[in-house]
Design a binder for this molecule. Structure first.
Ligand code: ATP
Length: 486
């Protein structure tokens, strides 16, 4: 009840502030010729480097294949994507708890999970060009010789028979390197959740249906990497294991497919670029009775963004057998004892970021010049507002700095005074900043600023007083990608 009351009050307040903003004089300085464009992967890579989102790792040493470092805006965007995932898992519901498990786990975890025996991809070598390929992805690969062809297509190609290659990175724990000290970098975050099932059941006061969620790094020695951050050997996952009574598994599987699709579209991904694809019987993992992938239309075509699997009781049963611990739930009310079934939405942070950037990337002509703009949902945009003095004189930078200082504690803001105002707008557009506050001569007279909208390019004059409030209100408003056709 209290929540309802406060949200009604909040709505009134919000409408009041909106009215205050829209009653002020409108100023529009830029006009755009709208033309929605879809980027190539090269354009996305170039923007990410140019604006400090993502760099190839170890570049000073010539790079190391398919590993990337995230720069300032990349870190901010990634943090926002993860925060939105946590929000949807923890803040917006009360049946999921969080965990942060270790990367190096007992090697027997991977024996029980089936990764030691079965986490393999089929590998083929080409005796001619000496490259290695995934046998099941030959159609996506390129032979090392010119003219470029698919492996096996050229007259000289000589592919070996496929052999299974385990994708886990091996390491050694402790100073002695022998078979007893072998350990693995986790290839998924999920197992860290299963091995904590009992702890959570005991200490978090939960009962099925409930979930355990985790975000963290995973490592896979992928045979073929590529497509920028789409497939790398070190990446972050956002995985949640939802434990349910066996009879409810199908219903929860459907629930999580719907929820996860909605998460992407709520954060601005255009629905036409998403597809839910059920796995065929020949594609299902050893643990799964049903899996559907959420696929996104990446520049290289529709590809997996997230998998949503019905894992049945496979994992808990395996860990119970291998560890000797009982991993089950006893329902005090019904006096029923059972091994919960598990529904798992498993997403990649880096892939999600790539999808958000690709979906947001746009170019258009503004007064005869091309502008590139990242039309990111304001909630995931790295910076929400740029505060810019119109020119670097007449006290404008000082006033702009004061305004920046007054709002930065409430909303992620950036102060930007170097270069022409047009250049600074373009820079903010390219990092996806949804709003720009410009301090001009009039600000010094009547304490108003212009508030520029990244997408419509509309500029309105608003009072400095209440600016942070007005921006916070905008941040909570529903947002729709301007790239969506009506
Ligand atoms: P793929 O078929 O693309 O190899 P997968 O089915 O093996 O992926 P899962 O084990 O279901 O992937 O992992 C869940 C999610 O983790 C994937 O949907 C993806 O977003 C992310 N992911 C998996 N492997 C990688 C990788 N090598 N690089 C980046 N993200 C990855």
């Amino acid at each position: 009840m209290a929540a309802r009351l406060s949200s009604a009050a909040g709505r009134q307040d919000h409408e009041h502030r909106r009215a205050a903003v829209s009653s002020v004089r409108r100023v529009t300085e830029e006009t755009a010729t709208p033309a929605t464009t879809e980027p190539t992967l090269d354009e996305v890579v170039a923007l990410c480097k140019r604006r400090g989102f993502i760099f190839p790792s170890s570049e000073t040493y010539g790079g190391v294949g398919s590993t990337y470092d995230y720069g300032h805006y990349g870190v901010l965007l990634k943090n926002n994507v993860k925060a939105e995932w946590w929000r949807s898992m923890l803040q917006e519901r009360d049946d999921i708890v969080a965990i942060d498990s270790a990367i190096i786990q007992h090697p027997r975890v991977w024996e029980a999970s089936g990764h030691l025996a079965g986490f393999t991809d089929p590998l083929v070598d080409c005796r001619t060009c000496k490259l290695r390929f995934r046998a099941d992805k030959l159609e996506d690969a390129q032979c090392g010789r010119k003219p470029s062809k698919r492996p096996g297509e050229g007259p000289d190609c000589e592919l070996t028979d496929a052999r299974e290659f385990n994708l886990m990175f091996e390491t050694h724990v402790g100073p002695v390197v022998d078979s007893a000290s072998v350990a693995y970098l986790r290839p998924e975050t999920a197992q860290g959740i299963f091995i904590n099932f009992k702890n959570v059941l005991q200490f978090a006061r939960v009962k099925p249906p409930f979930g355990i969620a985790q975000i963290g790094k995973s490592f896979r020695n992928e045979i073929t990497t590529g497509n920028f951050i789409f497939r790398t050997r070190e990446f972050e996952q956002m995985e949640m294991e939802f434990f349910v009574p066996p009879a409810e598994a199908e219903r929860w599987h459907q629930h999580w497919m719907d929820e996860r699709m909605r998460w992407y579209t709520d954060l601005g991904i255009r629905p036409d670029n998403l597809m839910l694809r059920p796995h065929g019987a020949d594609e299902l993992s050893h643990y799964s009775s049903a899996t559907s992938d959420i696929e996104y239309r990446f520049p290289m075509g529709f590809s997996e963004l997230e998998g949503i699997a019905n894992r049945g009781d496979f994992d808990l049963t395996q860990h119970a057998q291998h560890s000797g611990e009982k991993l089950e739930y006893f329902d005090q009310q019904t006096k029923e004892r059972y091994v919960p079934h598990v529904i798992e939405p498993a997403a990649g942070v880096d892939r999600a970021m790539l999808a958000f950037i690709v979906d947001a990337y746009d170019t258009e002509e503004v007064e005869g010049r091309q502008r590139t703009v990242l039309r990111l949902h304001p909630r995931i945009a790295p910076v929400k507002v740029g505060v810019l003095p119109l020119v670097s004189k007449e006290g404008m930078p000082d006033r702009a700095r004061e305004i920046f200082e007054s709002i930065r504690g409430r909303i992620p803001a950036e102060f930007d005074e170097g270069g022409s105002i047009g250049k600074r707008y373009r820079r903010q557009d390219e990092i996806g900043t949804p709003w720009g506050v410009t301090v001009d001569g009039q600000t010094l007279e009547d304490d108003t600023v212009t508030l520029r909208d990244r997408d419509s390019l509309e500029q309105v004059r608003v009072p400095v007083d209440g600016l942070a409030d007005a921006l916070e209100v905008r941040l909570t408003e529903p947002w729709r990608s301007p790239k969506l056709s009506d």
